[in-house]
Every structure is written in C-alpha cells, then in structure tokens.
Design a protein around this ligand. Structure first.
Ligand SMILES: Nc1ncnc2c1ncn2[C@@H]1O[C@H](COP(=O)(O)OP(=O)(O)O)[C@@H](O)[C@H]1O
Ligand SMILES: [Mg+2]
Length: 262
C-alpha cells in the first residue's frame, strides 16, 4: 500500500523531539526533515543520543516530547506494525534469523505482507543482486555460512525488500574489517543515489558521513548541534565539528574537500 506523499514531500520530520528516561534527559529539542533522495547522517560521539533518536523514529522507543511525522502523518496515528513495515532498519549485527536461509530472511516482510509467492521470489532475486550477492550461490545459505560483509549485505537486502520509502541504518558497517567496510560504504553510497529513499544513517565516523551523506546532522550530548552539507561541515567553526574534522588527520583535514562515492 503506497501512500501519496504529503504535500510537503517529506518522508520524516522531527519537531523538537525529546526522550527522557527516569528523569534523565537522553535526547532533547531535536528537529530535522528528510526528503526522499536525501541521506541524513547522524554523526556524534558514543553516547550522544544517535541510536535513541533512530529508535524514536520507528517507535521502538516512545517520544517524551515533541512530534514526529512519517510521510506527513503524525507518527502516533500510524499503526505501529504498519509503520515499521514502511521503515527499513539495518543495525550492526543485522539480526538475521539464524535458522532461516538468506532467501527466507530477505523474503520476511513481503511474506508478512502476503505478497504473491512468485512476486516474493522475484523480489528476493532482485534484492540479492542489488547488494551484490549471487542468487545461486547465497540464497539457500544460513547466516552462519556467510562472512560479516555478506551478512550486512543480506541485512540491507532484507531492509529494502518490501520497498520501504524510509531506511534507518545504525552503524551498519561498524563491525566489519576496514577493507570490507570501505567496499560496502562505497557500494552503499552508490546504491543510495539510485534508490531515492529517505535514509537516516547513524555513524561516529566522519569519513563515512562525508562519503555517504547528502547532509550531516551533528549530535552532541543529546542535542542536534547543526545540520550541514558535507563540504560545509569541513569548514564549520563549531567546536565539536572541528573536533571531528581534526580526527580525520591530514588527508581531508588539509585539502578540505569531501570524498565522493563515484
Ligand atoms: N536503556 C537505557 N537505559 C539507560 N540509559 C540509556 C539507555 N539507552 C541509552 N541510554 C543512555 O542514553 C545516552 C544515549 O545513548 P545512545 O542513543 O545509545 O547513544 P549513541 O547511539 O549516540 O552512542 C547514553 O548516555 C546512554 O548511556
Ligand atoms: Mg548508537
């Protein structure tokens, strides 16, 4: 079931969102908008509130204040199950079902949505190809028969299978070795450019944020310190932004240009 986009064309909007836990304010005053085709990177140190913000969007956590709109409609008006099926979610350890094959994992949401079986099978093939996994080789394997990088590819394929307009990613490549991580980052960057989805991607790695993001939202101590375009971020005078730029070392710090994926 596809909904017509809201008049403002936004996929996700947060207005002054806060989350507190036993009187402790974890996230406060967070506002941003993401349109289809945009990738907003939520960049921040560990504990800054990035994961919490992502979980507020798909309602794994309930906001304490403020409002969230999904495709122009207040989040609380959505049936939570339907809402989550409109939002793909990829996390670091993927959360594939270990006793299911790759095919069964990728087909999960389309089958829950009662797609005709022929369409499900075609969709699984398309998704595996999209993420660079050969169907004949991988469809029948169990997650334990895959490398970490292959598992993350399956996680992305599964998140995209029901064609959700919104994709949330929480440090999806964080646990991979540096070479595989760089490969997946480049491929994902290229994929994101083709998919025209609204993507919100959590990272603590500025290099990843610069490569993949159309925008970078800088998180510090539960607040959004600013939203920047990649090149703008590199020249920001904000102290936390400077700290991240300095962490890059000389490569980008000196020439001050953002890496591009193609
Ligand atoms: N279930 C929880 N109970 C207590 N504190 C939590 C819980 N979840 C998150 N926090 C705290 O909230 C803050 C933000 O966490 P999180 O959103 O996971 O940060 P990030 O993803 O940016 O590393 C941290 O200080 C963390 O310790
Ligand atoms: Mg986190």
């Amino acid at each position: 079931m596809n909904r017509a986009p809201h008049a403002d064309g936004l996929a996700v909007e947060l207005r002054n969102v806060g989350y507190s836990l036993e009187k402790r304010q974890i996230v406060s005053g967070v506002s941003f908008k993401v349109a289809p085709g945009e990738t907003l990177m939520l960049l921040g140190r560990s504990g800054a509130g990035k994961t919490t913000t992502l979980k507020l969007i798909n309602r794994l956590l309930e906001t304490s204040s403020g409002e969230i709109f999904i495709e122009g409609r207040p989040q609380l008006e959505w049936d939570p199950i339907r809402l989550r099926r409109r939002i793909g979610y990829v996390i670091q350890d993927v959360g594939l079902f270990p006793h299911w094959t790759v095919e069964q994992n990728v087909a999960m949401v389309p089958r829950l949505e009662s797609w005709p079986e022929s369409r499900v099978r075609q969709r699984v093939r398309e998704m595996l190809e999209l993420v660079g996994l050969e169907v004949a080789k991988f469809a029948a394997r169990k997650p334990s028969e895959l490398s970490g990088g292959q598992r993350q590819r399956v996680g992305v394929a599964r998140a995209l299978a029901a064609d959700p307009p919104i994709l949330l990613m929480d440090e999806p490549f964080g646990a991979l070795d540096p070479v595989t991580r760089a490969e997946l980052q480049r491929e994902f960057c290229e994929l994101a450019g083709r998919l025209a989805k609204a993507i919100i991607f959590v990272t603590h790695d500025l290099r990843e944020a610069l490569l993949i993001g159309t925008h970078i939202g800088l998180f510090a101590e539960g607040r959004l310190a600013g939203i920047y375009e990649p090149d703008e971020f590199l020249h920001s005078s904000d102290a936390e932004a400077r700290a991240f730029v300095d962490s890059l070392g000389t490569e980008h710090g000196r020439d001050r240009s953002s890496p591009k994926c193609d």
